[in-house]
Design a protein around this ligand. Structure first.
Ligand code: UFG
Length: 336
């Protein structure tokens, strides 16, 4: 089976490519390297001892994408290529509409033109916005509170209309808080600017910042800080492979949440990180960050029942340990 991975050099994409190669799938990566590094692709080859085709190409370039599809007989697409910084999406919304929505429109166009009609899509818990109940089910109301989530929801709808019109079958995977790194320590999270909790906490023991700011301790949670559902990037990769097979087996389009179903507060994550790195991590209380819901946890029962997904890394300490294993040797991401 030959799988095209858009955004395959990025954080979650690189973990999927590694897993696909290890499970003997043929892989073609398309990435414009705008927010990722080609070094992650080199490191995937080191981990797997396998090769794959890479096209430095923007998904908006339909002509080039048509060539990719003509040169490779693709069975299914896994689509990560997108901008994903919530804060940035609020200050430059049109950049997100252009890259995420228009980009996916172009990708779907070239897929349809080349008769490739199966796509697994990287969606997000941000499609739900402020939840009325937790754990969140796929049937919950979708009401994004940021442009990033809005673009991902619009793409889910675009795929649904393309299913009706052209028979494009899709699986949208709504991740909660993706975190951790490959056990090899050779690929991991590397955003610029970094805004995610665990990498930011780890910047303290790495000597890159003096303290972590805790955004609000007056939420309606046990210790007053926000509660999130942290899910390991390798478990996310597993879910994508199950979703690809679900589509290749001829199943209908579907949507799944991906989380551990267990919530940890910001304070709990800091305490657990202290245990992993073996030192005190300085923190300071700060103002709430705009748009943060108090608690976000997933019900992933549907992914377990329908896809047979079994997340393996459900221990926060273990998850943070994999992140630390990556960050301590890559203080400057792939530049180290
Ligand atoms: N936080 C801090 N200090 C920091 C950084 C984060 O206290 O320096 C807090 C946030 O306020 C939040 C929690 O840590 O309460 C987690 O924040 P992240 O930025 O790591 O993650 P989010 O929950 O905001 O975002 C995640 C994904 C997004 C996705 C969103 C869905 O990273 O891609 O869930 O709501 F859109």
């Amino acid at each position: 089976m030959k799988i095209l991975v858009t955004g395959g050099a990025g954080y979650i994409g690189s973990h999927l490519v590694t897993e696909l190669l290890q499970q003997n799938y043929e892989v073609v990566v398309v990435d414009n390297l705008s927010t990722s590094s080609e070094k992650s692709l080199e490191n995937i080859k080191k981990i797997t001892n396998k090769d794959f085709k890479f096209y430095n190409c923007d998904i908006k370039d339909i002509e080039k994408m048509n060539k990719v599809f003509q040169e490779n007989k693709i069975d299914a697409v896994v689509h990560f290529a997108a901008y994903s910084l919530v804060g940035e999406s609020m200050t430059t919304p049109l950049k997100y509409y252009d890259n995420n929505i228009y980009g996916t429109k172009c990708l779907l166009e070239s897929m349809i033109e080349n008769n490739v009609k199966k796509i697994v899509f990287s969606s997000t818990a941000a499609v739900y916005g402020e939840p009325k109940q937790v754990p969140i089910l796929e049937t919950n109301e979708t009401n994004p509170t940021n442009t990033y989530g809005e673009t991902k929801l619009a793409i889910e709808k675009m795929m649904s209309w393309c299913d009706k019109a052209y028979g494009v079958k899709y699986v949208a995977l709504r991740y909660f808080n993706a975190c951790g790194a490959h056990p090899s320590g050779l690929i991991g999270e590397n955003h610029n600017p970094e805004s995610h909790l665990i990498p930011i906490i780890l910047q303290v023991p790495n000597g890159k910042r003096e303290f972590i700011s805790v955004f609000g301790d007056d939420y309606n949670t046990e210790d007053g800080t926000c509660v999130r559902d942290y899910i390991h990037v390798c478990d996310l990769a597993d879910a994508h492979i199950l979703a690809v097979n679900y589509l290749l087996d001829g199943n209908e389009s579907n949507v799944f949440n991906l989380g551990n179903g267990v919530g940890f507060s910001v304070k709990e994550v800091i305490t657990e990180t202290e245990k992993v790195v073996g030192e005190k991590i300085n923190s300071k209380m700060a103002e709430r960050r705009a748009g943060d819901p108090a608690t976000l946890t997933a019900s992933s029962q549907k992914a377990k029942d329908v896809l047979g997904w079994k997340p393996k890394m459900n221990n926060l300490n273990q998850i943070i340990a994999t992140a630390w294993n990556w960050h301590k040797n890559h203080k400057n991401g792939f530049e180290d």
